[in-house]
Design a binder for this molecule. Sequence first.
Ligand SMILES: Nc1nc2c(c(=O)[nH]1)N[C@H]1C(S)=C(S)[C@@H](COP(=O)(O)OP(=O)(O)OC[C@H]3O[C@@H](n4cnc5c(N)ncnc54)[C@H](O)[C@@H]3O)O[C@H]1N2
Ligand code: MOO
Length: 357
Amino acid sequence: MATPCGGEDIADGQAQRLQIVGAVHAGQRFEGSVQRGQCVRIMTGAPMPAGCDTVIPQELTTDADDQGVTLPAGRVRPGDNRRLRGEDLMQGSVALPRGRILRPSDIGLLASLGIAEVPVQRRLRVAFFSTGDELRSVGEPLDAGCVYDSNRYTLHGMLTRLGCEVLDMGVVPDDPVALEAAFRSACEEADAVITSGGVSVGAADYTRQIMASLGEMTFWKIAMRPGRPLAFGRISSRGRDAYLFGLPGNPVAVTVSFSFFVRDALLRLAGAESRPLPRLRVTTATPIRKKAGRTEYQRGILAPDADGRWSVRLTGMQGSGILRSMSDANCILELEHERGDVAAGEEVSVVLFDGLV
Ligand SMILES: Nc1nc2c(c(=O)[nH]1)N[C@H]1C(S)=C(S)[C@@H](COP(=O)(O)OP(=O)(O)OC[C@H]3O[C@@H](n4cnc5c(N)ncnc54)[C@H](O)[C@@H]3O)O[C@H]1N2
Ligand code: MOO
């Protein structure tokens, strides 16, 4: 029931009898006038009749008949149950800032404003390939000493989730000539290039060398685990240039270095607003081994205990080749550079996975 009582009829502490002078449905307007002591039956979504200022849910009223309805005292405050013009967005305010990656609710917001088209930036084009003589793609026979390439598939998923246009260049062997050709063609086709493997100090680790010969290696090695030998630089070929992220080959190093370095860089290159991944502080249910002097990212499962309090435990062995424990995890613990071993019950930072890997 919409009423124009200015709140007084319902605010003076006594039950009120109001005369019903009409009804209004969503999509209609009530054209009549409503006086003090009167009300209009109103459906959710209908515009407020002129002069009315308060809506009383019908289930709070009693003794309704064709003529009137009784409002018990003290159930509704003046101004209750109405939506004010501009309460969602004031005229002239920003609906969506530049750089927003459109999420479902953003698209709904645009639709609510009747906007069918907005200017967007083209998707960032990212080329990626795996390096290593031992790698076989899924579907190929697995020769002795070989492993299936998992990094390309993980990267494909993470890049797609990020909204990038992906260019999968397959597996490139540990051959400097083949590698240089792959780097050149990736650079000519894409805005950014991601490789995995071949960035360490092995005899067949050529990535850094080729990076330096085609451009510059901006940095190599970070005090983190996994992901320590990450190399970053810029390469050019035939007048085109691209950022190059040389990720370590170990499968967990790929997901961690992508999540904590590459992801943010790609978002910036794509023109997206920077949104740091939310960190939560929770207690660890188990002790954690940690070396001071490097940031460690460990795989965890965040879950409520019997009392409903959330705590985190590790997924098990943390070797950077153990991909199953990444797949079991629902979060990554971020253990700070200077921190040593962590005792059960101490607080740690976790980054939730959803939307990440
Ligand atoms: N003498 C040293 N050896 C290593 C060091 C070091 O500092 N000194 N660092 C270790 C760390 S930490 C990492 S991480 C790795 C990174 O080395 P690379 O980037 O050169 O990676 P690879 O040697 O090519 O591969 C490492 C490991 O991962 C497997 N791999 C590689 N690519 C894939 C793929 N696409 N899918 C599945 N598995 C893959 C590869 O077979 C190796 O087992 O270096 C350490 N060594
Ligand atoms: O830095 Mo490596 O990524 O530990 O395995």
